[in-house]
Design a protein around this ligand. Structure first.
Ligand code: UGA
Length: 439
């Protein structure tokens, strides 16, 4: 302590990990192939929205403890420990994870590794990847006996990335030697010192902890959304149902919020990659339930469109629809697989005049869905609307005043896609209020 640490890949995961490694005392070099990203980070600017990250980054760029480069050679010279934090998106033509970036890190870094070091994978990968990468590292590194691999999955949530990295629920170390375990314990010493539990295990178990955690969370969300479907058919209220279930400690209330479902760069593609990998391993039956989890989740999006259409007397043509929210969840500007944008896109295809507003995700949304209408402000989005759809529960939307809003719209009709509003308050203010799974 302190170590010289590199963090390869500077997206949501890597940029946060780099700043947090500096915060706990290490000397950090962030590495990315994208020179624009590196220039922004080196100037203390985070190229995406993540609360608290920009301050931490700027603090450690200024202190000199955090630098950035595009050079793998420089990274190899510098690092005692190399964290690989690149993305594993879904392949275009199937369910599997695209491992090209994970592979590229080893292919480009390993040939320069001439001094003792630990290469630590943090990306979410199909089980079996770490073993394959360890073999490749041994083949490519000039001082192969000095370079070792470990697997240390990351569980941070966007919107809470800094907090989750500095104060995680647990640390998981997949290692093959005492030396590798000791190095990770020393790197994370300030985090472990706060009482964070550490689980030391082998490579496949470490990889599986991550994929099964995300599969469990996705299942929990789809469970309550499946209950919402039953509630709709039976006149029950899924909001009250979830509340009552949450008082059972064995069930718990977290990730039991019904609504338009999960999106983002992780849960959707991770459950699909997990199914694909299970198929390769010959245990696809073990995960067929995830197909249902995925299907329930996608049905929530179409059901939201149906609710909106019902509110508009069966047709979107000639109707102005205000969509509040574009990010896949609040406190993020990430629009990857966003339920909000998906619903907005479907309604536009059906002839609706859709205007989207989001406090942070407008630029990203425009890039993905350039043909949708975008408003500069909440006021502009809702003015003259025939229906409002609340699809990302930003604070600004949860605290909307129904009286004020009523004065702005053409028709006081709202679909609460996140169960974020108080139905009786909105109905009292004259609104036709509809929510998934609620009478
Ligand atoms: C998720 C996991 O929560 C992290 O632990 C994990 O590290 C991360 O993926 C990853 O693999 O990198 P994240 O994608 O940031 O984190 O977002 P979540 O907070 O999990 O939310 C995912 C989606 O589920 C959002 O669209 C959210 O709106 C939705 N959600 C969440 C619900 O619909 N209901 C809930 O009760 C909770």
């Amino acid at each position: 302590m302190p170590f010289r640490v590199t963090v390869i890949g500077t997206g949501y995961l890597g940029a946060t990990h780099a700043a947090c490694m500096a915060e706990i005392g290490h000397e950090v070099l962030g590495v990315d192939v994208d020179p624009d990203k590196i220039a922004a980070l080196q100037a203390g600017r985070v190229p995406f929205y993540e609360p608290g990250l920009e301050d931490l980054l700027a603090k450690h760029v200024a202190s000199g403890r955090l630098r950035f480069t595009t050079s793998y050679e420089e990274a190899a010279d510098f690092g005692d420990v190399h964290f690989s934090c690149v993305g594993t998106p879904q392949v275009r033509d199937g369910y599997a994870a695209d491992l090209r970036y994970v592979d590229a890190v080893i292919e480009q870094l390993a040939p320069h590794l001439t001094r003792p070091c630990l290469v630590v994978g943090k990306s979410t990968v199909p089980v079996g990847t770490a073993e394959r990468l360890a073999d490749r590292l041994a083949e490519l590194a000039p001082a192969a006996e000095l370079a070792e691999l470990a697997w240390n999955p990351e569980f941070l949530r966007e919107g809470f990335a800094v907090e989750d990295t500095l104060r995680p629920d647990r640390l998981v170390f997949g290692t093959r030697s005492d030396q590798a375990r000791k190095t990770l314990e020393e790197v994370y010493e300030p985090v472990i010192g706060q009482g964070t539990p550490v689980v030391v295990t082998d490579f496949p178990t470490a990889e599986l902890v991550k994929t099964s955690a995300n599969a469990f969370l996705a299942t929990k969300i789809s469970f309550i959304n499946a209950m919402a479907e039953v509630c709709e058919a039976s006149g029950a209220d899924v909001g009250r149902l979830a509340e009552a279930l949450s008082h059972d400690d064995r069930i718990g209330g977290r990730f039991l919020r019904p609504g338009v479902g999960f999106g983002g760069g992780c849960l959707p593609k991770d459950i699909r990659a997990f199914m694909a990998r299970a198929g390769e391993l010959g245990v696809d039956q073990a995960l067929t339930f995830l197909r249902e989890v995925d299907a329930i989740n996608m049905r929530r999006r179409s059901r939201t469109v149906d609710l909106a259409r019902e509110l508009c007397e069966g047709r979107f043509l000639g109707r102005k629809i205000a969509v509040l929210g574009a990010a896949f969840k609040p406190d993020s500007d990430d629009v990857r697989d966003s339920p909000a944008l998906n619903v907005a896109g479907q309604i536009q295809l059906m002839g609706g005049d859709v205007t989207v507003y989001d406090p942070k995700a407008m630029d990203n949304a425009r890039k993905v869905f350039p043909s949708l209408g975008y408003a500069q402000s909440l006021d502009d989005a809702v003015r003259g609307a025939h229906a409002i759809l609340l699809l990302t529960e930003w604070e600004q939307f949860r605290t909307l005043d129904p009286e004020w809003l009523r004065g702005q719209v053409a028709e006081p009709r709202i679909v609460d896609g996140r169960g974020a509003l108080d139905p009786s308050r909105w109905r009292q203010a004259g609104w036709t209020y509809r929510a998934l799974g609620r009478p």
